[in-house]
Design a protein. Structure first.
Length: 374
């Protein structure tokens, strides 16, 4: 089945208020003014990165969206305090309101609906099911319950049922071995390369890491950071409190990646991290990351070919670093061999730009829907 027209229903976190709100015409302009003078007030949600280029894949006139993003996400300018540069430059779709849904459902081939779309999901999905329009759900949540559960399948789709709620389920946090024909992976979080301005700089730092404190994260985060601190002295390590006030500015972060031979990208709450693909936008900077313990979309992570991967072991409810001495040895090897390290970094740059961009992931969603719905 070729998907030509689609209705998208984003997460509540990505839209200002319900599209049916009678106050939206008053509230929205006030919020836009606030965000103009305070860009930090713009809401960010990385879910948007998986599908926001569908208007470029199918044409904006063929992509209908129930709920409107803040205008700032459509601007190409990236604020200096933006935690999600790839959210900026998002193309516009054709916005529809509550009273237009019935007419739009007569035109579309399929729906792509966030599991976090709340009442908008509850309005649209039952109508689509009655009309026989196929539905793909997109699950962006970090699902800790999936790790170590006695029966992962009980919680895999969090109460959503195939046939009743969806025909295809896209899941970011999909444990290894649980992909099926109708449950497909999303990770890693892709990037929008044109939103980044990472300079080319001389490499005067061996290993760079910047991230939140370890509370609530997988154990390998703190363990790898401490390992790097103890074994390598020419490093740039920045650990931040939970609030964003202590974070680097966007440009400071870009410069730090650019001047580093390697960038450490450990697990956060789960395996996936914005850093994995952001590192691939810097020339000559090799990625250090945990070997994926979730299903991923290709190009795949390959130890010693496009990245430096370390093994983890699940213990006491979290993923811990396994074989720390092996990781130290890998880092030392690539620090001592510039040609091999640069080849590794170049391979990841190529893979990111070819397969881990917002456009590539948006196209993947459309192609998977066409395949499953045929």
């Amino acid at each position: 089945m070729e998907i030509q027209k689609i209705l998208m229903v984003p997460a509540d976190a990505l839209v200002d208020e319900s599209a049916s709100s009678r106050f939206s015409s008053v509230l929205r302009p006030l919020k836009e003014v606030k965000r103009y003078f305070n860009p930090g007030a713009t809401p960010y949600d990385a879910e948007i990165l998986f599908y926001s280029d569908i208007p470029l894949v199918l044409g904006s006139e063929n992509v209908f969206q129930f709920g409107e993003y803040p205008s700032q996400l459509h601007f190409k300018r990236v604020p200096s305090n933006s935690p999600y540069p790839s959210c900026h430059g998002t193309p516009r779709a054709t916005i529809v309101r509550h009273d237009e849904i019935a007419d739009i459902l007569e035109k579309v081939d399929a729906l792509l609906v966030s599991t976090r779309a709340g009442t908008r999901r509850d309005v649209v999905v039952p109508l689509a099911r009655k009309k026989g329009i196929p539905v793909a759900l997109l699950d962006f949540q970090d699902h800790h319950a999936n790790y170590g559960a006695a029966d992962i399948r009980k919680e895999l789709t969090y109460g959503f049922r195939r046939g009743r709620d969806y025909d295809l389920y896209f899941k970011k946090d999909l444990p290894l071995g649980y992909a099926t024909d109708c449950i497909r992976p999303l990770a890693p979080v892709p990037v929008r390369p044109e939103s980044f301005a990472i300079p080319e700089m001389g490499k005067d730092v061996d290993v760079f890491y910047s991230g939140r404190s370890r509370a609530g994260c997988q154990a390998d985060r703190g363990e790898t950071v401490e390992l790097v601190k103890e074994n390598f002295h020419n490093t740039l390590i920045k650990e931040h409190a939970q609030g964003r006030g202590s974070f680097m500015t966007t440009h400071e972060y870009w410069r730090s990646i650019a001047r580093s031979k390697m960038a450490l990208s450990p697990s956060g709450k789960v395996w996936d991290s914005l850093r994995h693909c952001e590192v691939g936008l810097a020339r000559g900077t090799a990625l250090i990351a945990p070997r994926p313990y979730v299903e991923t979309v290709g190009p795949k992570f390959e130890d010693g070919k496009n990245s430096i991967l370390y093994d983890t072991k699940f213990r006491e409810g979290k993923y811990h670093l396994k074989n720390p001495s092996e990781l130290v040895g890998k880092i030392k090897h690539f620090l001592s061999d510039d040609a091999s390290r640069e080849a590794l970094a170049s391979a990841w740059v190529k893979d990111v730009r070819e397969g881990h961009t917002v456009f590539a992931r948006s196209r993947y969603l459309v192609e998977e829907m066409g395949r499953v719905f045929s």
